[in-house]
Design a binder for this molecule. Structure first.
Ligand code: SF4
Ligand code: FES
Length: 860
């Protein structure tokens, strides 16, 4: 704990840690020092002078070193000749700050007058009007009149696209550089900059495509004027018309806290629609940032082609039906076939949905044939033992730094969960040892102290060697041994693991190996389980994969990881059985195995039910289609990869006759004799807390618990932190991992990874904007969607007679893609990356043909 410094601000005495800036110290005692260029998450620059205050310090006797006292015995204070910027001056012992001295009041008014001299004053039509720091501080501290001649104002361009997602109004910019500094300091994407000097200074983009960053939307939150706006919100609504509704990311496994702003709209026939999504502060999860995927993807909820009515196949065609007709038919078919039925779910559904799903199948039909439709990453049971533990205090979170370590294996965090990438990067910048193990380079490598690159198929062997090296001290200078030595020395150790280039079974082994690494004791004789800032984080593919594991959506594990009697069919077995005719009925909940290439067709199934938002490729083949509500229309809980259970709330009215997934499943439970249907999601959550030991004692009220956070943002003083929302709906609850100091190492096999065949190995790297059912319904992201691209090094490209920019027909496990060729010598020989295509497991050999050459052949 740093030393405390005592000072007074406007007569209030306070003690704050050494190094605290005057502006932050004032904030802690509720004294307002207005700022424009300062932001509590950025380094201070002292550019705008809005925070000028009078600062005095005690006078010390040079001979004795003691403070000089006045006749009353009080230390004499020297205020010096001028005002100082509160945002750049750290507190010191005995300091006296006066924020409302006549000189400070005059200085602030002058700064505002100066800023307004080149501001368009278009507040009545500005998107920021109503939540604009410049407007608010002008009302509070401005003179109310100006000596400037309005007609002499500089006219600059408006509506300048910095990229597809962000627009700049050059006239409104007050040159505070918050946007540039955020891109540079926080997310290390320096893609915007100042250009020109003086009054002609303007923001420009340096990247092609423009503003090429996954974080661009955050600059619109922290811009203190309406100079930066998002493409989908600008001119869309006025802030005072908006109703904030708390929600949680529907995409990322970090569980980013967000707020959607809603408004009733004539254009939508009087319906309430989502107008924008902003971060909601949770210092333990996403602080005050969200990725552009989380910010923009909500548009799918209002898509025209959402399913609005149940449908039943009659005479070969899907026809509208009533809920009773559809549900009666489904319940009858399930009961008729029982063990010859199977159920596959997606991992974006809520805990309440997934719990009822397994209950209906296990209790109602006596079958364990249930699984995630698209299981990619195993090890949920290991995570339950050695999962990551958060710092308990959101008001002063202890962040990883010097003496700590972060290990990332088989994952590209920048593409899979940018929030975790940011966390790992910032830990490294604070001095933590970052070790990255992957088959290829990723955007984390540049911050890592140790990068270990393995050959395709060698991931498990590499981690085994790492574990052995960590157990046995050696003098080897090998990169892996040095990495192991750094990890075993760490005070705190966090391990992320993913599935890039690995089969599902391999990821199970990987989780065990990494679990054993965490169980090893460091030099001080303590291991890395069950302690804050230590543990395993699975980079799950979706927002609630963790919840699916917790709820028992697994053929062998019930709720709370309890082993079930005889394991049922897993997803792979289900797809095979559907084709062979061994399976009669399949219920697909929130997933599209046909569209995702996991199931070639409906095969020999007698009856296929799909519960979905859209008429997916699987739904088109179904006998009954049940329209579900999107996450924006209902409430529920998701559990993040850090096992944090978090609530989300209904933001808009349901579309058509769509019902929430838990309501539909509840009605089916009733039809198979499991009692009256639930009437609220909270009722199901209470049942979960009784059935899942890890959720014991947790209820919706506990999830709504909030506490003071630092920095203190999200109130009316938006000049300080930006338009990020205060968290009033809950920080969630992290369930504790089960392992203790005494836990025995996990069983591991000596199984080698399997290689499909010799030759070029193709793996699928993640891409943040990979096309998918939700993102494809977000027009504003269309230009960002990952284009199918095959990346390989020049030797491999030369062998295949390919060059960058060529197009090739790539066939992987029977699926063909037209892919752009990109030659990249960072990629190892024998490896090719196929990005922007639907998921395929592990490594594959691919047939690759240049399209132009094929066309020539056909022409001949
Ligand atoms: S665009 Fe906004 S955040 Fe960027 S420098 Fe201008 S006023 Fe500041
Ligand atoms: S100089 Fe302090 S806020 Fe700008």
């Amino acid at each position: 704990m740093s030393d405390l410094v005592t000072l007074s601000i406007d007569g209030i005495e306070l003690s704050v840690p050494e190094g605290t800036l005057v502006v932050d110290a004032a904030k802690k005692v509720g004294v307002e020092i207005p700022v424009f260029c300062y932001h509590p998450k950025l380094e201070p620059v002292g550019m705008c002078r809005m925070c000028l205050v009078a600062i005095g310090r005690p006078i010390f006797d040079r001979t004795t070193g003691e403070p000089v006292l006045d006749e009353d015995g009080i230390p004499k204070i020297n205020f010096g000749p001028g005002l100082q910027t509160g945002c750049t001056v750290p507190v010191s012992e005995g300091m006296v700050v006066v924020t409302d001295s006549p000189a400070a009041v005059e200085a602030r008014a002058s700064v505002i007058e100066f800023l307004l001299s080149s501001h368009p004053l278009d507040c009545p039509i500005c998107d920021k009007g109503g939540e604009c720091p410049l407007q608010n501080l002008t009302m509070e501290y401005g003179k109310g009149e100006s000596r400037m001649n309005y007609s002499d104002k500089l006219k600059l361009d408006k509506h300048v696209p910095l990229g597809d997602l962000i627009y700049l109004d050059r006239e409104r910019c007050i040159q505070c550089a918050r946007c540039i500094r955020f891109q540079d300091e926080v997310v290390d994407d320096p893609v915007i900059a100042f250009h020109n000097r003086g009054r002609r200074l303007e923001i420009v983009t340096l990247s092609e495509p423009g503003f090429d960053s996954y974080w661009s939307g955050n600059t619109t939150d922290i811009c203190p004027v309406g100079a930066l706006t998002t493409a989908d919100f600008r001119f869309g609504a006025r802030p005072w018309e908006l109703n904030p509704v708390s929600t949680v990311s529907i995409h990322g496994p970090a569980g980013s806290n967000m707020t959607v702003s809603t408004r009733r709209e004539a254009r939508a026939g009087g319906r309430t629609v989502i107008k924008r999504a902003l971060p909601r502060q949770n210092e333990l999860v996403n602080e005050i940032w969200i990725s552009d995927r989380d910010r923009f993807v909500y548009h799918f909820a209002d898509a025209e082609d959402r399913l609005r009515q149940p449908m039943v196949r009659v005479d070969g065609r899907l026809q509208p039906a009533t809920w009773d007709e559809a549900l009666d038919l489904v319940a009858a078919k399930l009961q008729q076939h029982k063990s010859a039925a199977a159920w596959l779910a997606g991992d974006r559904l809520s805990n309440e949905d997934l719990f009822l799903f397994q209950k209906l199948f296990r209790k109602g039909l006596g079958s364990n044939n249930l699984d995630l439709a698209d299981g990619r990453l195993a090890g949920g049971d290991i995570v339950a033992q050695v999962g990551f533990v958060s710092w308990p205090d959101a008001s002063a979170p202890h962040r990883l730094g010097a003496g700590d370590a972060v290990l990332v294996v088989a994952s590209d965090l920048h593409e899979e969960e940018p929030i975790w990438w940011l966390r790992a990067k910032q830990a490294a910048e604070r001095g933590a040892t970052l070790v990255v193990l992957n088959v290829r380079s990723t955007r984390l490598d540049e911050y890592a102290s140790h990068v270990v690159r393995y050959q395709p198929g060698m991931a498990l062997e590499t981690v085994r060697q790492l574990l052995t090296a960590a157990k046995v001290e050696t003098d080897s200078q090998e990169a892996l041994t040095r990495a192991a030595a750094a990890l075993i020395k760490a005070q705190n150790l966090v391990v992320f693991y993913g599935y890039e280039g690995l089969t599902y079974d391999e990821t199970d082994e990987l989780a065990r190996l990494l679990g054993n690494l965490l169980l090893l004791k460091n030099e001080e004789g303590i291991n890395h389980v069950g302690r804050a800032n230590n543990g395993l984080i699975p980079v799950w593919p979706h927002n609630n994969t963790q919840g699916a594991w917790d709820m028992g959506v697994h053929p062998a594990l019930g709720p709370g990881y309890k082993a079930v009697g005889a394991p049922g069919l897993d997803a792979r077995g289900t797809y095979e059985a559907a084709q062979s005719g061994a399976l009669k009925v399949l219920f697909v909940l929130g997933a599209d195995p046909v569209g995702d290439g996991l199931m070639p067709s409906r095969g020999a199934l007698d009856f296929l039910v799909v519960q979905e938002l859209f008429l997916t490729a699987t739904a088109e083949l179904a006998d009954v289609v049940l329209p579900a509500q999107s996450w924006a229309e209902r409430d529920g809980t998701f559990t993040s990869g850090e096992r944090r259970i978090q609530r989300y709330f209904p933001a808009i009215q349901p579309l058509g006759e769509a019902r929430s997934d838990w309501q539909i499943l509840s009605l089916l439970c009733e039809r198979v004799g499991l009692g009256k249907p639930a009437v609220a999601a909270s009722q199901i959550f209470n049942e979960i807390s009784k059935s899942v030991p890890q959720y014991k004692g947790v209820d919706y009220r506990a999830l709504a618990r909030v506490e003071e956070q630092w920095p203190d943002v999200g109130h009316d003083d938006i000049y300080y932190g930006g338009t990020v929302y205060e968290n009033r709906s809950g920080l969630g609850h992290q369930w504790p991992p089960m392992a203790t100091e005494a836990t025995e190492p996990f069983d591991i096999s000596d199984r080698s990874s399997t290689t499909e065949a010799a030759g070029l190995q193709v793996i699928r790297p993640a891409a943040l904007f990979t096309p998918g059912i939700l993102i494809n319904h977000t027009e504003v992201l269309e230009s960002r969607l990952a284009v199918p691209t095959l990346l390989l090094n020049s030797a491999e490209a030369g062998r295949l007679e390919l060059e960058s920019g060529d197009r090739a027909a790539v066939s992987v496990r029977g699926h063909g893609f037209g892919a752009l060729i990109l030659v990249d010598d960072e990629i190892a020989s024998g490896l090719a990356l196929l990005r922007g295509v639907p998921y395929f497991e592990g490594r594959a050999t691919a047939e690759i043909n240049k399209i132009a050459a094929l066309e020539k052949e056909f022409a001949a």
